[in-house]
Design a protein around this ligand. Sequence first.
Ligand SMILES: Cc1cc2nc3c(=O)[nH]c(=O)nc-3n(C[C@H](O)[C@H](O)[C@H](O)COP(=O)(O)OP(=O)(O)OC[C@H]3O[C@@H](n4cnc5c(N)ncnc54)[C@H](O)[C@@H]3O)c2cc1C
Length: 459
Amino acid sequence: MQEKKIAVLGAGISGLSVAYYLKRKGFTVNVYEKSGRAGGLIDTEKKNDYLLDKGIISGIETTSLIPELVDELGLRDSFLYAGEKANLKQAYIGGRIYDLSMNPNNLLKFPLFTYKTKLRFFFEPFLPRTSRGEEVSVAEFVKKRLGKEFLDYVIEPFSAEVYAGDPKKLNIKAAYPKLFKLEQDYGSIIKGFKKAPFEQKKRDELEGSGRLFSFKQGMSQLTESLASNLNLRINYLHDILKISHKGEQFELLVNKKGDTRVELFDFVISTLPAGVLSDAIVDIDNSLAETLDKVEYAPLTQVYVSYLKQDLEISTKGYTVLIPAIENREVLNITHVSGLFEGRCPGDRHLFSVMMGGNRNGDLTAIDQKEINKKAIATLSEIFKAKDKPVFVTAKSWKKGVPQYGGEYFQLKDKIEKFEKENSGIFISGNFSGGVSIGDSILNAYKTSERVARFIQQN
Ligand SMILES: Cc1cc2nc3c(=O)[nH]c(=O)nc-3n(C[C@H](O)[C@H](O)[C@H](O)COP(=O)(O)OP(=O)(O)OC[C@H]3O[C@@H](n4cnc5c(N)ncnc54)[C@H](O)[C@@H]3O)c2cc1C
């Protein structure tokens, strides 16, 4: 057992996973969390016979670390995969529902594409590779290669689902690194999609199945298990104010219910949100603090709506309907949650999650919540042709929801790298770099734990 004192800041999925992996390596870790619970953005609530995953409805098994965690935590019996239907996304455009596929052959059949767009699929392989991807937005990249219709009907609504983001502000290399790499490796997205699955000789050993998952008791079952089953030392209601140097060690200025005290550590791993970390390190690196402070987070509002099954028939082939920005609605997408996973609502009902706002519409919290609910219900009942009113409605908003991977992303990454070199012993992780999904957060946490362990062994 190592003697070094290690602090992990933040008990969201990133912080809990780093702490878990370090504990698995035999280190003793203290976690500091501002709120009174573990999980951060992962937050399941039981309300009136409903199981409501606030915000995060599901994860995608993007890494094999997820099933490994599930087994190690003894959660296999509670683990749920969504059915095949979950792979099909649909889009609501001009009063009709269309299937959306990322397979180029199927996309060619998309009925709203004009012949000009379809022709672009054949010419795209002859376009030159994108140079200086760091400076190219998602919108620019997609428009240049496959045209505006492809952007409007496919990439924009996907970007609203993943980032609640605007493709004009997201950077292609930062927000969609795999798509960008396909273009760079094969000279074309279309060629890449066709050839990559057969040519990848050595697949990433941490790659996952890509299936959608959750747990019988909701997504919080994962974070609660990480926190409790492993007996992690989590200091709740501890607000980290400052990180500073104290000789070879680091001082954490911590506020607990109005009492401020200092704690000493050999290593500090931050998974704090960008703005919070900015305040904490401003005295040791003003330049990184400024860049962190500029990281934009898209606001989001989620309205859960439930109907009696007799009042609404599910007419869609998939579980998620995306609504492109060209439709001019506040709603970004609608997920039939009770179709995705069992036990989300009483058996005679359907439960839907309606995601609204995002960078497309801005912060909806200034608008009366009843108005927002009305808009969510109106769009939902229009799509699914509801015969009567819903039986249950509840909503939650995030002023700072999903970090946006925009033009400053690479500058931020460089500054983080420089900071970690100059302040060796402090490590920065969290969802503003390396991916926003649950899978990416776990993979980044794992990689951070490997870096920390290597560093400790070498020093
Ligand atoms: C509305 C919404 C829906 C989403 N839906 C999905 C989805 O369906 N699937 C998916 O894969 N991803 C989804 N995401 C993205 C994903 O959930 C997040 O990127 C991920 O949960 C981030 O985890 P994290 O631990 O890095 O950050 P957080 O969960 O934000 O954790 C940070 C922790 O730090 C704590 N903290 C803050 N300040 C301090 C301080 N001063 N001192 C101590 N602690 C502090 C916070 O309380 C929090 O617990 C969604 C995000 C949002 C906002």
